[in-house]
Structure formats: structure tokens, C-alpha cells
Ligand binder design. Structure first.
Ligand code: COA
Length: 161
């Protein structure tokens, strides 16, 4: 696992490889390479990667299993993207990567983490397990490829408690 605001090309390849596998086209949540690259040029964005064995050693890993991207403003950080590739799910890597993201946010002096997800995304169980709480709903905010409208759920984790 590793986390850094500077993204070498190899790491952008790793992020995009997970992005293409992890997000269903139905929900249109995946970012393209340009969006990722542009976000990481901005100093307020950071990312982290996790290898299939849960380690930080991506250089010798056969694949990248997951990644996150976050953006901070003052003492608040938004979790922009969080994904584990389908073939590595349900073995605790999501928990590990989220722990890493949260502990880095704390170490960076953040007081609050914010995120937004579509209602009924199973990721909600993961976020709840780490203490995130619902703070708002935007009714019918997302529109899926098949035309369904889905609420956006805003969640926060207060790091000052
Ligand atoms: C959400 C996601 C990151 C979870 O990754 P993961 O490696 O499978 O997570 P873990 O194995 O650490 O499991 C974490 C917890 O999430 C919950 N969970 C994950 N997938 C679930 C599912 N399909 N159904 C129900 N609960 C689920 C469980 O509570 C699980 O904990 P438990 O196994 O101790 O009960 C992964 O499914 C993913 O990448 N999804 C697509 C991208 C996405 O939607 N990202 C979030 C955007 S807001």
C-alpha cells in the first residue's frame, strides 16, 4: 500500500486498470485518465494503492488490487474514489485500504472526511463499519445508463471525536 500526491505514470496505469474493472458502466462512476491525471496535478489531491497481498509493495506485485483518491480543503478531506478490483473483493482489502486512508487523513491534520455515494451501494456497509454517518440526501441525484434515478447519500467521519 502506498499513498502520495505525486503520481508517476506507472501508478496512473495501476489506478486506471482497477478503475476499468471496478466500476459498473451502469452507474457512470469511473473517471477517465484525463480526469485522474488532472486531479493529481492539483496539490490538494492524493491517492493510495494496495497490492493483492495487502502490502505496499506495488513494484513487485503482479497486479494492483485497489486504490483511493482524496482531495483536501483546509482541514476537510473528500474521498473522491475508492475501489477494489472485483477479483480481489471480500477478503478485507477494502477495510485495509480505508484504514490506511483514514489514518493518513488524521496524520495530515484533517478534522473531517466527507464522501458521497449512491443509495444501496454495498460500500455503505464498509463506510459504516469505519464510523461514517449519513448527513444528507440528494434525492434522485444520479441517473444511471438505463435511466433510473438514484439518491446521493452524503456521509462524514468526524476525526475530532
Ligand atoms: C466497496 C468495495 C471497495 C469493497 O471492497 P472489498 O475489498 O470487497 O471490501 P472488504 O472485503 O474489506 O469488505 C468490507 C465490508 O464491505 C461490506 N461489503 C463489501 N461488499 C459487499 C457486498 N457486495 N454486499 C454486502 N456487503 C459488502 C461488508 O460489510 C464487508 O465487511 P465484512 O466482509 O467484514 O462483512 C468494492 O466492492 C468496490 O470496489 N466496489 C465498486 C466501487 C465502488 O462502488 N466504490 C465505492 C464508491 S462510493
Amino acid at each position: 500500500m502506498q499513498g502520495s500526491p505525486d503520481a508517476p505514470i506507472d501508478d496512473i496505469d495501476r489506478i486506471m486498470s482497477v478503475m476499468e474493472r471496478a466500476f459498473s458502466p451502469e452507474f457512470g462512476e469511473a473517471w477517465n485518465r484525463r480526469q485522474v491525471t488532472d486531479a493529481l496535478i492539483v496539490g490538494s489531491c492524493r491517492y493510495g494503492l494496495i497490492a493483492p497481498d495487502g502490502s505496499q509493495n506495488l513494484e513487485s506485485a503482479p497486479d494492483c488490487a485497489g486504490f483511493f483518491m482524496g482531495r483536501s480543503i483546509l482541514d476537510e478531506e473528500e474521498l473522491l474514489l475508492f475501489a477494489i478490483a472485483p477479483e480481489y473483493r471480500r477478503r478485507g482489502l477494502g477495510h485495509q485500504l480505508l484504514d490506511f486512508f483514514i489514518s493518513q487523513a488524521r496524520a495530515n491534520g484533517m478534522g473531517r472526511i466527507f464522501l458521497e455515494m449512491r443509495r444501496d451501494n454495498p460500500a455503505g456497509f464498509l463506510y459504516a463499519a469505519h464510523g461514517f454517518q449519513e448527513i444528507g440526501v440528494r434525492p434522485a441525484y444520479y441517473r444511471t445508463a438505463s435511466g433510473q434515478r438514484i439518491d446521493a447519500i452524503s456521509q462524514e467521519l468526524n476525526l475530532l471525536d
